[in-house]
Design a protein around this ligand. Structure first.
Ligand code: UT7
Length: 335
């Protein structure tokens, strides 16, 4: 029997209509457009409406990914959603809700929690399910309504995050030229307090104290996270390239997690990447956590920059702390 590989067949994304600009944030907290652009590269971010849940954005991104894959939705046998802002914090999972909204019946569906690294983590999960022969067509989603856990009186976090969703179809193939080259994923829980949403959860169940102290909001040790992100992302990319005997100049599309332009620039420079190689979307979406990488892939696909067979290098870092990188060709149809 011939070897089965995982192939990245299509991409889709969704961004909510409402834009929150730096100028609007100037009216909400003690900040300036100049500070935000200089320190982060972010000019605006999209914010979901009150009645728009994470699963709604995920469903819209998934519909596009399914349509662009040319697959019948009923041939999807696994739905995976990476999110830290699920519709419901305990149950049901957002993946279950998305499967229902897509009308996919009798499918295995579950969420994973790996913060900004979630989408790349899912590539490793999809790869394992496919290569083991357990599943054939996997819908993977990174979706966040980050605005639901942001304190819009905290200038150190509220300027950074945005909402959105991205989705991809990963399918089984026997064509080795379509196969994922490699995925690395790792974590170090000793840095758990760098990025944390203290409630709700078993440590801090909902209580008056939670609300009074604002423990339901994301907290970040920004500067410490920044320094570790640059170091870890650079090391991770160097390792995955070396392990696979690929040079950075051979990568047409380096798609890093979009948290801060200064992080992206530092990592790109350390790898001697040109401006043309590095995909940057942070100025218009901010940090959308698990949605950031698939939204960026969708951007280059929709602009006609991503061609069939071209190699993508993904690299991400986030709460946990978690980090991951992936090397894989785009195995779908160009726009
Ligand atoms: O997605 C997961 C991974 N996340 C990240 O990778 C995020 C990493 N962190 C960052 O992107 C940056 O650390 C931030 C953008 C969050 C902050 O930039 P920074 O250059 O690390 O600034 P800082 O935290 O060291 O703060 C410098 C100054 C402080 O004032 P003092 O103490 O020097 O007087 C802050 O109070 O900037 C002040 N500051 C602000 N000023 C205006 C912090 N936030 C703001 C703000 N507007 N929004």
């Amino acid at each position: 029997m011939s070897q089965i590989y995982a192939a990245f067949k299509s991409i889709g994304a969704y961004v909510p209509e409402k834009i929150l600009s730096n100028e609007e944030l100037e009216k909400m907290v003690d900040t300036t457009d100049e500070w935000i652009v200089k320190r982060t590269g972010i000019k605006e971010r999209h914010i979901a409406s009150k009645d728009e849940a994470t699963s709604d954005m995920a469903t819209k991104a998934s519909e596009l990914a399914i349509e662009r894959s040319g697959l019948d939705k009923d041939s999807i046998d696994l739905v995976l959603c990476a999110t830290v802002t699920p519709d419901y914090f305990n149950m049901p999972s957002t993946a279950c809700l998305v499967s229902d909204k897509l009308g996919i019946k009798n499918v295995q569906a579950f969420d994973i929690s790996a913060a900004c690294s979630g989408f790349v983590y899912l590539l490793s999960v999809a790869k394992a399910f496919i290569e083991s022969g357990m599943k054939k067509n996997v819908l993977i989603i990174g979706a966040e309504k980050f605005s639901s856990i942001v304190d819009y009186t905290d200038r150190s976090t509220c300027i950074l995050f945005g909402d959105g969703a991205g989705a991809a179809i990963i399918s089984a193939t026997t064509n080795k030229s379509e196969a994922f080259v490699d995925v690395h994923a790792s974590a170090d829980g000793s840095y758990a307090d760098f990025l944390v949403t203290p409630a709700p959860g078993s440590v801090n169940p909902v209580s008056q104290k939670v609300v009074d102290e604002g423990l339901q909001y994301v907290q970040m040790k920004g500067n410490e996270t920044f320094k570790l992100a640059v170091k870890t992302l650079t090391k991770d990319v160097k390792e995955i390239l070396a392990d696979n005997d690929i040079k950075s100049e051979d990568i047409p599309h380096f798609i890093p997690h979009q948290a801060n332009y200064r992080i992206i620039k530092a990592v790109g420079d350390a790898l001697k990447m040109t401006k043309e190689q590095v995909v940057v979307t942070v100025e218009k979406y901010g940090n959308t956590s698990a949605a950031s990488i698939p939204m960026a892939i969708n951007d280059i696909w929709e602009s006609g920059r991503l061609q069939n067979g071209e190699l993508m290098l993904l690299d991400t870092f986030g709460g946990g702390l978690t980090w991951a990188s992936a090397l894989l060709p785009f195995a779908g149809k160009a726009k």
